[in-house]
Design a protein. Structure first.
Length: 305
């Protein structure tokens, strides 16, 4: 007969999940039997889950989350968050997409910690590899008279390792932590700059939020074919070994990241353009953006008199 692990030897993560389920059940005034019935799981299974000795499937955990009226992510989140955070999340879920955008802008203006003028002096370029971030970033920085910084190079300097070694030896989670620290260092030490970010930064929510809250972000957009051609043009012939699969992967990655890249303040399509043409268009975009920001600031100051 197979025995469940004791409470003392249970996995710490499962213990925290079980504690959350028990806390939420008690908060709602539900007995274990009532929750088991509503979630359509056995009472014995729920008891094992609450004591950290039941390894719940995602399907069953979703039933339990629905029964206590919280997102499933709330049950598996390791962080200890105040009640106000849960209430805020519930409120945001009631809003339509346009209202969520407005709510974020309001929170950013009130609690972002970075004013419009400061953000405008920190320009961050995002997008897949081959979009032109390094080439266009250097040209833009020279035109604006500010430093040009590549976030990946800062990561290498702080870690003392090449990116490939960092990924291979320490894994992606460690790389993302070092990347976040590198970004924080840049923001702390450099008041004005043009920054070229890694293509995957947008997939780390906390780091991406810090970036868009602190910098004027610009998505350099191109077609998958243009991305591939530029990578090969830079001397990286690895995609040619399995060109069809590499292109399929690139198309899939770009499609999955487009909603994230689309959160940038500005979008510049670099496909089919020379670097100088892209620079001219980018300067025009920046000029219009900065003028609109200055107008809003002037209006706000005038209204406060």
């Amino acid at each position: 007969m197979e025995h469940s692990p004791s409470h003392a030897s249970a996995n710490p993560f499962l213990l925290r999940v079980g504690e959350k389920v028990r806390t939420l059940r008690n908060r709602r005034g539900m007995t274990r039997r009532a929750l088991a019935a509503q979630a359509e799981v056995s009472e014995r299974y729920l008891a094992q889950l609450e004591t950290g000795s039941g390894n719940c499937s995602i399907a069953l955990l979703r039933r339990i989350a629905d029964a206590v009226s919280v997102p499933i992510a709330e049950l598996v989140d390791d962080r200890e968050r105040p009640i106000e955070t849960m209430l805020l999340v519930q409120m945001l879920e009631r809003l339509c997409p346009s209202q969520i955008v407005e709510a974020r802008e309001l929170l950013l203006s009130r609690f972002g910690g970075t004013n419009i003028e400061t953000r405008s002096g920190r320009i961050a370029l995002i997008g897949l590899r081959g979009a032109g971030k390094s080439t266009l970033g250097r040209m833009l920085a020279e035109r604006l008279g500010v430093p040009f910084i590549e976030l990946d190079r800062t990561v290498e300097q702080q870690s003392g390792m090449a990116l490939a070694e960092l990924f291979e030896m320490l894994g992606q989670a460690t790389f993302r932590r070092v990347e976040r620290t590198a970004l924080e260092t840049i923001l702390h030490e450099t008041p004005r700059f043009v920054l070229a970010t890694g293509g995957g930064l947008v997939t780390e929510p906390g780091t991406f939020e810090l970036l868009i809250a602190s910098c004027l972000t610009i998505w350099l957009r191109a077609t998958p074919q243009e991305h591939m051609a530029r990578v090969i043009g830079q001397g990286d012939l690895r995609p040619m070994a399995g060109h069809k699969q590499a292109m399929d992967d690139l198309v899939s990655i770009l499609a999955s990241r487009e909603p994230l890249y689309g959160r940038a303040d500005l979008t510049l399509d670099t496909a089919g353009q020379t670097p100088h043409q892209s620079l001219a268009e980018l300067l025009a975009l920046l000029g219009g953006r900065l003028e609109r920001q200055a107008s809003r600031v002037r209006g706000a100051k005038g209204g406060s008199k």
